[in-house]
Design a protein around this ligand. Structure first.
Ligand code: 6R9
Length: 650
């Protein structure tokens, strides 16, 4: 960025926490001052929320930056913290997971059940030759065995590498090879969009080129026929027959816990390495602080897939270490009908819902009548993660899901940060729609200009983290140099997150999308996020994606793709008129500099499996290029839809 980001969007609405929530919140405003007073003592106190077999000697060793060591000398077992200690405290009968399969089958799993399943899996993995320090790849649908597999690895000190069920054989094979995984845990398949979707054939193809793999453990989920190889073992014949007795061994605080490959919109995937003590400390504390989890009464539901970091930190490790009851759902939100999510909230009396802007915008497109048809009165707190949430999507979420009164916590973080970093505290912060607001207690974030100088309030630039944090990535697996280059070289002594951001006049932080997605129009830096939010603020638009396309006069020109809301007429003239209206609307909202050169009305947008818009592919369309790599695309037919939907637009 040659100049600070233009600060275009002016959102002034602000919503203080409900008095009742504020009065009983797990974390109060004092936490900020406490952490500021002594950051390391603050994190030591949060680490004390966990059970340690051996107390640490030093909170942070930062003598060799950027290689951090947290809770040096301490020892603990992650699975013990998520399971055994709740069972030992007499809470074994408490439901850990209300699981619902897409076809409607259900399972109720208590903490005692989950503990037993995990012990059996730990014994089975040990019998297959897996020992501490080995890597295990997990390629499963959203079934309880996914959590069990992760916890069993943690229990025996093997690092798991979860790969989204649905990645191609090539992607899976690359990830298995990069980590030299010894065992792969998979299933015959899972249910997606009303039918079985096979996984095993992809694993067979991948494993054929992975000499490190000794065994493949296969969960039977769909019951469809599968080809069988000499490496394969059924889960029900191996795990379910293994002993239920297993004593968890403590591991060093810096022992590897997992590798997770970031999808990366462009480059080769990076194996992000997380370790044991610091990761669990912050995942557990942030779940407690940001979601205000009350294990006695709350029913929590995070709609993420386990293959995304959100599933790691806020389905498995954060909620389970806090002993809360949660919902886990296997399938898609519109199977068999568009009210499936709300039906689940209603059925299990979900009190805390954590989902992604892409889903909220999809629900907006389907219309507010759908959530209105269900009893959502159990909800008390709403969360968002994954992308900047447009102010109108935030308002819709609060209005139509949150009865116009629930707090919405917009949580900014990354695979690399391991846990939530910037977010409102639900009992403290008066949140602004579209802003992640302030760094959490113990986190030092800032927005800096090209030179790495902190920008004043009202300014824009790059988001950085100025101090190490417990759940930070420790390196890129097998590539320390790439770790240093990617995150620690742009600005001296700071972690570069790769996101554009601005500070508003009150110093609150607004995320503006990936730096690669910022557009340079006639010498002005304009954020894709702000133009998208302006489009979504028009009553006829449910979702929008904006890219910069090469332009002979302005350098880059703004090209927008917009999905109309359900009932909008876009045939012929009406479509032309809507496009003209939208261009004017953006110009009026943000200023003439942000007026899109071109707007295309499309039925869908290309997204990654975690719901992030792939602007790179839209740039290819906008610049009439053939499409680049589409392997991380959630649904590859979307690009055909977009290309055909382009006729009749300007
Ligand atoms: C947790 C997760 C990280 C990137 C991150 C940023 C975007 C995530 C956001 C957000 C604005 C939020 N992002 N949460 N942008 N507001 N609340 O998504 O991890 O898949 O690694 O993606 O997602 O661009 O840099 P990951």
């Amino acid at each position: 960025m040659s100049e600070a980001l233009a600060n275009l969007l002016n959102e002034t609405r602000q919503f203080p926490p409900p008095a009742e929530l504020a009065a009983h919140a797990n974390v109060t405003v004092d936490a900020y001052a406490e952490a500021q007073g002594d950051r390391l003592a603050f994190w030591a106190k949060q680490a004390d929320r966990l059970a340690w077999s051996k107390k640490w000697d030093e909170v942070l060793d930062w003598s060799n930056p950027p290689f951090a060591k947290w809770f040096v000398g301490g020892q603990l077992n992650v699975a013990y913290n998520c399971l055994d200690r709740h069972v030992e405290a007499g809470r074994g009968d408490k439901v850990a997971i209300h699981w619902e399969g897409e076809p409607g089958d259900t399972r109720t799993i208590t903490y005692a059940d989950l503990h037993e399943m995990t012990c059996r899996a730990a014994n089975a993995l040990t019998d297959l030759g897996v020992t501490a320090g080995d890597r295990v790849a997990i390629y499963l649908p959203m079934i309880p065995e996914a959590a069990v597999a992760m916890l069993a690895c943690a229990r025996i000190g093997a690092a798991h590498s979860v790969v989204f069920g649905g990645f191609s054989a090539d992607s899976l094979s690359n990830r298995i090879q990069d980590a030299s995984a010894k065992v792969v845990i998979t299933a015959d398949g899972g249910y997606r969009r009303g039918k079985p979707s096979a996984l095993k054939p992809t694993v067979d193809e991948a494993v054929a080129s992975c000499p490190s793999v000794e065994h493949v453990l296969v969960v039977r989920r769909t019951g469809e026929d599968v080809a069988w190889t000499a490496k394969d073992r059924w889960w029900h014949e191996t795990v379910e027959t293994a002993s239920a007795e297993h004593t968890a061994q403590p591991f060093d605080a810096e022992h590897p816990l997992f590798i997770l490959y970031t999808s990366g919109t462009t480059a080769r995937p990076k194996g992000i390495l997380h370790t044991t003590g610091g990761y669990l400390t912050q995942a557990s504390y942030t779940a407690h602080a940001v979601f205000d989890l009350k294990p006695e009464t709350d029913v929590y539901w995070c709609t993420a897939d386990i293959g995304w970091v959100t599933g790691h930190s806020y389905i498995v490790y954060g909620p389970l270490s806090n002993g809360v009851t949660q919902v886990m759902y296997e399938g898609t939100p519109d199977t068999p009908h568009k009210g499936r999510f709300w039906e689940i909230v209603d059925r299990y009396k979900v009190s805390i819902l954590y989902t992604a802007p892409t889903l909220i915008r999809t629900m907006m497109k389907w219309g507010e009548d759908i959530p209105a048809g269900f009893d959502l009165s159990s909800l008390r707190l709403l969360g968002s993660v994954g992308e900047p949430i447009n102010p109108e999507a935030w308002m819709w979420y609060r209005q139509h899901v949150g009865r116009g009164e629930l707090p919405v916590v917009d949580t900014w973080w990354q695979t690399e940060t391991g846990s939530i970093m910037i977010s409102p505290l639900p009992g403290v912060t008066a949140a602004k729609p579209g802003s992640a607001m302030t760094p959490l207690p113990g986190i030092v974030a800032d927005v800096v200009d090209d030179q790495g100088q902190s920008v004043p309030n009202g300014g824009g630039g790059y988001l950085v983290l100025r101090e190490p944090w417990p759940s930070m990535l420790r390196t890129i697996w097998g590539d320390d140099n790439r770790f240093i280059e990617t995150y620690w070289s742009r600005f001296e002594g700071m972690y570069f997150a790769g996101d554009g951001a601005k500070k508003d006049d009150d110093g609150h932080i607004w995320l503006l999308g990936r730096v690669d997605d910022v557009m340079l129009v006639s010498g002005h830096n304009i954020s894709t996020t702000e133009v998208e939010s302006a489009l979504v603020s028009h009553p006829s638009v449910a979702e929008a994606a904006v890219v910069g396309a090469t332009d002979p006069t302005t350098g880059q020109a703004i090209v927008a793709f917009a999905i109309p809301r359900g009932s909008t007429d876009i045939a012929g003239e009406a479509g032309e008129q809507l496009i003209a209206d939208l261009r004017n609307h953006v110009s009026k909202t943000l200023g003439p500099i942000a007026k899109p050169r071109q707007i295309m009305l499309v039925p869908e947008l290309p997204k990654t499996r975690s719901g992030k818009i792939m602007r790179r592919l839209l740039r290819d369309v906008a610049e009439n290029r053939s499409l680049g790599d589409v392997t991380t695309l959630q649904d590859s037919s979307v690009m055909d839809l977009i290309s055909s939907g382009m006729s009749g637009t300007k």
